[in-house]
Structure formats: structure tokens, C-alpha cells
Design a protein around this ligand. Structure first.
Ligand code: 4AD
Ligand code: MG
Length: 445
């Protein structure tokens, strides 16, 4: 019996007879020759069925195969530099074939389909080569995140999804009925992370987070995954150092381990190779000046309008896009106006209208992938902020406690997985970076 292998290991079996289990991705009929492009989840293999090498039954079985038919194929591994899409160029000279099911009328054909059609068939679309490549990059991003944090003393403690209060503003809360009282799907695990650092020093949570985003953009999901590290005895500068090390490690790991997938996506990896510390740092005020310059220099009236902004407002996508085009690496923008950000941020010393906040914007126009800040450590200031932001004190009583018993300067950030994968893969919409995206107009499939 030939050994059953996975396609990713094919190079180790040159000259051997092996068995692959998978699905037909594409078939080319050349009369006496059938080229079967088979995928098994780990990669793609070119399987060549030569009429004179197999029984008439096997040859006919090969001819019956349609896209997405399931099969078990046996053959001898050969080195062939021309075999497309195969790492190292290997192919299989087929000796045997078992068809499990001939798929009838697979809806996704090798032609252009509209995005809505593909999204309606997301359960099938994920089998396509590009989608496969993107989601493999996602898995690597997630593993790199965990490896880096675990290796740098961050303890993984996950935080609740059903919560009594808002973290990131009350306008994007999903409310649920919790046995008669309202509860909200978590917008962030941060507040609980802040409790956890007082027990563990450095922690992170990693899970799905929810925002009732009413706008349809290429950067927003209603359910997205966020990793949130938090550290005690950490100020804003130290936070930026952690972030640049962390993000560089994620990108470099993808370059090393997902070269094949990035090539399939046609990603220009030259941009990603530049992602090494240190990253440039500019203040919100400097960013605003830059935007002013960009507006003066452009003849594009629409862009001029889009870039209009007053001191005090948060940046929107157009501002971030234009800013990041000016940098080769991710850029930190720090010191946002207090009112533009969340209630929990430490004020800038001597400038209470500015917060010790920092966003990390990805280059090539991608924009914010991380939001973070130093947190308020004084209980009275925190109480004042809760009042100003109109947040109910009762729901936050435990959170104020953290400032009563051994308060220390501390900071943390949240990195959005889907935005990060969108940037690394060079995509123009984040909906392809999660297996089943949830958006304003989509909860199916
Ligand atoms: O800037 P945000 O809202 O920050 C927080 O939630 C903090 N509590 C994090 C912390 O300090 N622990 O969100 C952080 C990141 C954003 O930079 C973005 O990458 C992602 O989460 N994000 C979204 N991704 C997809 N869809 C959305 N609707 C997102 N909202 C935020
Ligand atoms: Mg943000």
C-alpha cells in the first residue's frame, strides 16, 4: 500500500509511490493525457494521467472528474520544474484513482463572479485558491501573535464576551437580554485585562469582539478578532516599543512561512520586508499639519473635501490613507485629542485636551491596525471621566477599584486581526480575511 501523504510534504517523496486525498481543482484534457490539479488543503499538486500508464477504467474515471469532485489518487512523485503552483515543482505520475464523489454543477466556476454571489457562497468560496491563501496567512498571523506574546512574558487570560458596560463608546453596542437585564457583546476585553495585570503583570486576551458598525466600509466588520496585550508599569513610549517589535515579528514570520501564499496573491513583498523596528512616530498635531500640506498640494477637489478636518476630530479612512502613503513603514500617530478617543485614556501632562493615546497606521494606504493608550491611573480623574462621558458608575465600580488598590501606570493596545491580514495580503477589502464575515448587511452563511 502506498503511503498516504499531504501535498505540503510531497518534496520528501521524490521517486516514491504515494497516495493523495483531496478534491479536483481543475482538469485539462489533452486526449491521451489528463492533467488533474488536485488540492488537499495543504497545497496543490499536478497529477498526470497518461493513457498508456493506467487501466481504461482509471483513465475514464479521470475523465469523469468535475471541479470539486472528491478523490484518492496514487502515483509516483516526480520533480518537474514546470508543474505550476507547486513548491519546488513536483508532480504525480498517476497509477491509480478512486473517485469518491463526482460533484455536480459546482456553482463557482473559473470565471469572474460578482462579490455578492461569492459572499452568498462563502462556504464554497473558501476553497478557492486566493481565499485559501488569505486564510492560511491569517492562521500564521494568529500563531505569530501567540508565539511572540507567550515568549515575552504575556499571560493569555481571556475576557468575557457578555459584559455589563461599554468600553469603546455606547453607539456601537450590541445589546442582548441577559435573563431580564441588558448585557452587551464585548467591544474589547481591555477593562478586564486591566484587572488581570494587577495579578499577572503582563497579559493578553484574544477573541472575537463586536461592534454594531452601521457604516459599510472596507475596514469594518461587526464581529472581528482582536488581540489585546496590556502591561503594568508601562508608559506610552514603552508601549510603542512593544508594538513595533510585535508587528515586525508578525510580518517577518508571514514572509518566511507564507511565501507561497503571498506569491499566489501577487503580493509585492518588498513593502513588507521593510517592516522592521523602529517605526516613525508623529504627533496628532504633526499629522494634522501634513494633511494640510497634502490638501494644499493636490488638485483633486474631492480629495481636498475628504481631507477637511478640524483639530479635535478623529481621523477617518481618507486621512489615514493619505498619511500612510507618505511612509514606507507603519507609522505611529500619538497624542490624539481627548474627546476623540475613549474615556479611559491618561491625559498628556500639562495638556489635558490631549490623551496619551497612540494608533499604529499600516503603510500603502491601509491605515489603523492598532489602537492603544496609557490608562488613567488616578481614581478621582477616572470618576470625573465617567461622568463626562455619561457612563453609569455602578457598572464600572469594579474598574474604579483597580485604581484604589495599588494603582500603577499601565498601558495596552488592541490589534485587529482582519485589518492586519488585509494589509499583509495586500487586499482591498477585509471581508476575505475571516472565514465567515459578519457585516452590516450580512449574517449568512
Ligand atoms: O481602536 P480600537 O477601538 O481600540 C480598542 O478597542 C481598545 N480597547 C484596544 C486596547 O487598547 N486594548 O480597536 C482596536 C483595533 C483597531 O485598530 C482595528 O484594527 C480593530 O481593532 N477594529 C476593527 N476591525 C474590524 N472591524 C471593526 N469594526 C473594528 N473596530 C476596530
Ligand atoms: Mg481605534
Amino acid at each position: 500500500m502506498p503511503k498516504i501523504i499531504r501535498i505540503q510534504d510531497i518534496a520528501q517523496h521524490v521517486g516514491e509511490e504515494v497516495t493523495l486525498q483531496g478534491w479536483l481543482y481543475h482538469r485539462t484534457d489533452k486526449g491521451k493525457l489528463q492533467f488533474l490539479r488536485v488540492r488537499d488543503g495543504t497545497g496543490y499538486a499536478q497529477c498526470v494521467v497518461f493513457k498508456k500508464d493506467v487501466s481504461p477504467e482509471v483513465f475514464e474515471a479521470a475523465r469523469s472528474l468535475t471541479q470539486e469532485s472528491s478523490l484518492i489518487v496514487t502515483g509516483t512523485v516526480r520533480q518537474d520544474a514546470r508543474a505550476p503552483g507547486l513548491p519546488g515543482g513536483h508532480e504525480l505520475s498517476v497509477t491509480g484513482l478512486q473517485v469518491l464523489q463526482v460533484a455536480q454543477d459546482y456553482p463557482i466556476q473559473p470565471k469572474e463572479h460578482g462579490v455578492e454571489f461569492l459572499m452568498d457562497h462563502r462556504h464554497l468560496w473558501i476553497r478557492s485558491q486566493r481565499q485559501w491563501a488569505v486564510l492560511r496567512v491569517r492562521a500564521t498571523v494568529i500563531r505569530a501573535i501567540r508565539d511572540w506574546l507567550d515568549d515575552h512574558g504575556f499571560v493569555n487570560l481571556d475576557t468575557p464576551i457578555l459584559t455589563p458596560a461599554a468600553c469603546e463608546g455606547t453607539t456601537t453596542l450590541f445589546e442582548t437580554d441577559y435573563f431580564g437585564t441588558p448585557a452587551y457583546l464585548a467591544q474589547s476585553g481591555q477593562l478586564y485585562n486591566e484587572a488581570n495585570i494587577y495579578a499577572f503583570g503582563r497579559v493578553y486576551c484574544f477573541g472575537p469582539t463586536f461592534r454594531a458598525e452601521k457604516s459599510k466600509t472596507r475596514r469594518h466588520l461587526t464581529e472581528f478578532w482582536m488581540v489585546e496585550p496590556e502591561a503594568a508599569f508601562c508608559d506610552l513610549d514603552q508601549l510603542m516599543e512593544i508594538e513595533e517589535q510585535f508587528v515586525s515579528y508578525i510580518v517577518q514570520t508571514c514572509l518566511r512561512e507564507r511565501a507561497q501564499e503571498l506569491a499566489l496573491l501577487g503580493r509585492d513583498t518588498g513593502h513588507l520586508e521593510k517592516v522592521v523596528p523602529p517605526f516613525p512616530r508623529i504627533s496628532y498635531d504633526e499629522a494634522l499639519e501634513m494633511l494640510g500640506e497634502i490638501r494644499e498640494q493636490t488638485d483633486d477637489e474631492e480629495l481636498k473635501g475628504l481631507l477637511e478636518i478640524e483639530w479635535g476630530e478623529d481621523f477617518g479612512s481618507p486621512h489615514e490613507t493619505e498619511l500612510t502613503k507618505r511612509f514606507e513603514k507603519p507609522v505611529f500617530v500619538y497624542g490624539y485629542p481627548t474627546r476623540a478617543k475613549a474615556f479611559y485614556m491618561e491625559p498628556w501632562p500639562g495638556r489635558p485636551e490631549v490623551s496619551k493615546s497612540v494608533d499604529l497606521l499600516a503603510p500603502e494606504g491601509y491605515g489603523e491596525i492598532i489602537g492603544g493608550s496609557e490608562r488613567i491611573s488616578d481614581p478621582d480623574l477616572l470618576l470625573e471621566r465617567l461622568r463626562e462621558w455619561g457612563l453609569p458608575r455602578e457598572a464600572f465600580e469594579w474598574y474604579i477599584d483597580l485604581r484604589r488598590y495599588g494603582s500603577v501606570p499601565h498601558s495596552g493596545f488592541g490589534l485587529g486581526i482582519e485589518r492586519t491580514v488585509t494589509w499583509i495580503c495586500g487586499l482591498d477589502h477585509l471581508r476575505e480575511t475571516i472565514p465567515f464575515p459578519r457585516m452590516l448587511k450580512r449574517v449568512y452563511p
